[in-house]
Design a protein around this ligand. Sequence first.
Ligand code: SF4
Length: 320
Amino acid sequence: MQLVGIAKAAEAAPLLESKRTVSYSHLATGKWINHVAGSRFPFNWSINPYRGCEMACQYCYARYTHEFMELRRPEDFETRIFAKVWNTSEFRRELMRIPKSQAIAIGTATDPYQHAERRYELTRRMLEVFATVSGHKFWITTKSDLPTRDLDLLKQVANRNVLYTNFTITTLDPDLARGLEPKAPTPALRLAAMQTLTQAGIRCGVIASPVLPGINDTEPELLALAQQAKTHGAQWFGGGVLFLKSPTKEVFLNYLDQDHAHLAPRYQATYKQSSRPSREYHQQIEARFDAIRNQTNLGRRATPYLPPDWEQGQQLSLPL
Ligand code: SF4
């Protein structure tokens, strides 16, 4: 087959390093900051410094993105990691073109603090650029405790820009987390990292996504998670229900067969016709989150704030 576009670039990507189970490659990128169409997200632009993610979550919806590179084995997404080729001046040029009223999300497809970040520091380099600008609005989403490495930079960014950080935590149960998110830091490490950030004044919240029917969706489990989030400084708490499409669907159903075999037939039936469970299930989960937020005094979303070194005249550009 004649490879084109991103698939051709991936095949030609120079190898940075190959470990026993994971290889890292350099991938040229035409654009760092991508426009997000539609209004259902609280951001207008996205940045994903890596393709693939070694954390290997069974439910990871981004697995399909490796198929753009003709990498179709289920394990390719978590074992063939691509680090985009960094270029500070090009990144800065792109950033300068983004209207300051529009939010930029880091980590919408893959985790910006995944293991590769310890070696290649692409997220850190972005923060170094963000720390030199003011008046922007940034969202970071991660399942890692690595943001603590960048605490000083995050504080600089948050002093001059609006910065929110989402920690994704699906369960407090370390055994369940190990099965669901085999190579992610434990929930306790993520909570501790969030506490470090919140104590330094960084606004953080917990996203309990995905909610998995029959696995992590009981009221006591979600309430306990929200209470821990609150104790560790979270300002908001939310979550969305599992979305399942191929190739993630096959990976997740295989995980169910091994770890929750009794649930496999119900998931098969539920996700046979649709990529989501019923509207009724969504409504019940929404109501459950509302009740838990009321009980724990956590917000549904981040509330606007004025950074101390905010560029004069920019506050009115925040969405009200
Ligand atoms: S941390 Fe996020 S991007 Fe990485 S595998 Fe898990 S869900 Fe996917």
